[in-house]
Write a protein that binds this ligand. Structure first.
Ligand code: ADP
Length: 559
């Protein structure tokens, strides 16, 4: 029999039909992300936050200032009638003010909803109304976008323009005020509220290539857990200076705005200027040691360095994700710049980090070729994220490096359901289907073969459009490549390769085919190569393959 003392610890667990459980004695943890910026102020007050402003000028702040200004913003919002659970939007660039909004809005209990300025206007209207945004903080250059949309926005009470009082533009936006005026009389001693368990913190919408965009509502707890896990799953050092090219408006900038201050890291933000030259300057001037970004941004930076004989001498590591890393990019970072590349994978529904590919001790003894083959994989799951690969009927496939199927994920920073949806987005056991087709191997590495919607089915076999694109990208004349499956009367689908060359002019198709022929199986070789001046990209910079698929859908059928 249990003593009275022990009995008081026991709860009856209905799900386990009578099983008993003992509860721990530790404190109840209901985190508020504002605790992160308070920690940074306390421990790393003078660590710098560098931003390139819209004007091009470099602005220097630090964790102490950002924390105090976040408190002022939170109190200004409260004074303005914003309540816990209200949704407040940002249409902003990577600067210190955006960081302050992350903390000021979420920290007072409202929800930070980040908007992407590249959204199609119709999608922007849908998202702002669906989220029921009450206020929009808007960067100066985007004021005209909102002026054009404001008649269709149902709930917006105020527009706060991210500028000084004297920089306020003439605008037709209702109740427009400058950010600096808005926070001027805010309370620098503001005390952050204690929030409910699982309180909502931030909201991001997926790009919605089919149907309407869907919202993912992150909690304070999921963001804190994700940030702590991210810190352990990348080679981050306390003295790193981070270049944050990944936008604060896309999937919470991969958690950097939370784990940066957690660890007192210097943050360097490029604002509007993400081309090769200004990025190089910023890296050089601010001694950037760790850079986060998507492959297309790095392609611009590498091209600038190549053409101007520049070396990224301060950079030690770069974390690349969002789309697949190519061998050519990896090689150039490694062999020309001595920069270690860490491939990472994730998605909006996962806060976003799922896997990272950090160097292992074994890799030190490998040949470059062997090492590159591992680095090109999307990596191994971070503790907290579970992965499995299933066939079309949902049966789990072996982790053998060969069996390819639907990648399913589960974990504390992975969504349960989309914002305002009636039903869960996960199966009965909590697994979320990522929409990616992948292979898992014996060592725990995951390799993405394709998006399920992009995989090419030719003669009953699968061709990976990603592998083919990466192979083509290695050709010295190829600046960008995209492979799409086009319906075919005999083979079901055949790959078509779209290329943007360095010069913008077509090159000999034979030279491309010859280049590919020892890199991929013969039946993978594209039947058709089309040279374009540019490829269609979506609001988050990803290739919009459906546009090309639609345009060329009858190409083989008509032949
Ligand atoms: P979206 O809003 O388009 O869903 P996400 O950033 O959430 O934007 O996109 C997630 C998807 O991006 C993943 O499911 C995967 O297909 C792709 N992706 C992300 N990182 C990688 C990577 N390292 N390699 C290949 N694909 C990637």
């Amino acid at each position: 029999m249990l003593s009275n003392n022990v009995a008081s610890y026991i709860i009856y667990n209905k799900q386990d039909k009578g099983a008993i459980q003992m509860i721990g004695d530790m404190q109840k943890w209901t985190p508020n992300v504002a605790g992160i910026i308070e920690h940074a102020k306390e421990i790393h007050p003078q660590t710098e936050i560098i931003s390139r402003l819209v004007s091009g000028e470099i602005h220097r702040s630090n964790y102490e200032k950002v924390c105090i200004r976040s408190r002022k913003l939170a109190s200004a919002l409260e004074k303005d009638g914003i309540k816990k659970g209200d949704v407040v939007a940002t249409l902003a660039l990577n600067t210190y003010r955006h960081l302050e909004m992350y903390y000021g809005i979420s920290g007072m209990g409202a929800v930070t909803h980040t908007l992407n300025f590249r959204l199609h206007p119709e999608q922007a209207v849908y998202i702002i109304n669906h989220a029921e945004d009450k206020i929009i903080f808007v960067e100066l250059p985007f004021v005209p976008i909102l002026e054009g949309l404001q008649d269709k926005l149902n709930n917006i009470q105020k527009y706060i323009v991210l500028c000084e009082e004297h920089e306020m533009p003439e605008t037709s936006l209702n109740n427009a005020i400058s950010y600096e005026e808005y926070i001027k009389d805010g309370d620098a001693e503001y005390k952050w509220p204690i929030l409910d368990d699982d309180a909502a913190c931030a909201l991001c919408y997926t790009s919605g290539t089919t149907g309407n965009p869907k919202g993912v509502l992150y909690s304070h707890k999921s963001n804190v857990l994700h940030a702590q896990a991210a810190l352990t799953a990348m080679t981050i050092q306390p003295d790193d200076s981070i270049l944050m090219v990944v936008p604060l408006f896309h999937v919470l900038a991969w958690g950097i705005p939370y784990f940066g201050p957690m660890n007192g890291l210097k943050l360097v933000m490029p604002g509007m200027q993400m081309e090769g030259e200004p990025l190089y300057e910023l890296i050089d001037q601010e001694d950037v040691s760790l850079a986060f970004g998507v492959p297309t941004i790095w392609m611009g930076l590498l091209a600038y360095c190549r053409e101007n004989n520049k070396i990224l001498s301060s950079v030690k590591n770069t974390i690349i994700g969002g789309s697949a890393l190519s061998l050519a990019t990896l090689q150039e970072f490694d062999e020309v710049h001595d920069v270690n590349v860490i491939h990472a994978w994730g998605m909006t529904e996962m806060s976003p980090l799922g896997t990272t590919n950090v160097p292992t001790p074994e890799m030190q003894n490998m040949s470059k070729e062997e090492k590159y083959a591992i680095q090109l994989k999307q990596g191994r799951p971070i503790y907290g994220v579970e992965l499995k690969v299933v066939d079309d009927s949902g049966n789990e496939l072996p982790k053998d490096g060969k069996s390819q199927g639907h990648l399913m994920v589960r974990g504390p920073w992975i969504l349960q359901k989309y914002f305002k949806a009636d039903k869960d987005a996960v199966d009965a056991d909590g697994w979320f289907d990522t929409g990616d087709i992948s292979v898992l191997d014996e060592d725990g590495y995951m390799t993405i073969k394709d998006r399920a919607k992009d995989v090419i089915k030719s003669g009953g076999e699968w061709i990976s459009s990603i592998d083919l694109e990466n192979a083509a990208f290695g050709h010295p004349e190829v600046a960008e490549a995209c492979v799409v499956g086009i319906p075919h009367p005999k083979w079901d689908e055949r790959p078509m390769l779209f290329i943007v060359t360095n010069s913008g002019e077509p090159v000999e198709k034979k030279s491309i085919i010859d280049f590919l022929s020892d890199k991929v199986a013969k039946w993978w070789l594209p039947d058709e190569i089309v040279f374009l001046k540019e490829l269609p990209h979506g609001a988050t910079g990803k290739l919009q393959k459906f546009e090309l698929r639609e345009e060329y859908s009858n190409h083989y059928m008509e032949k």
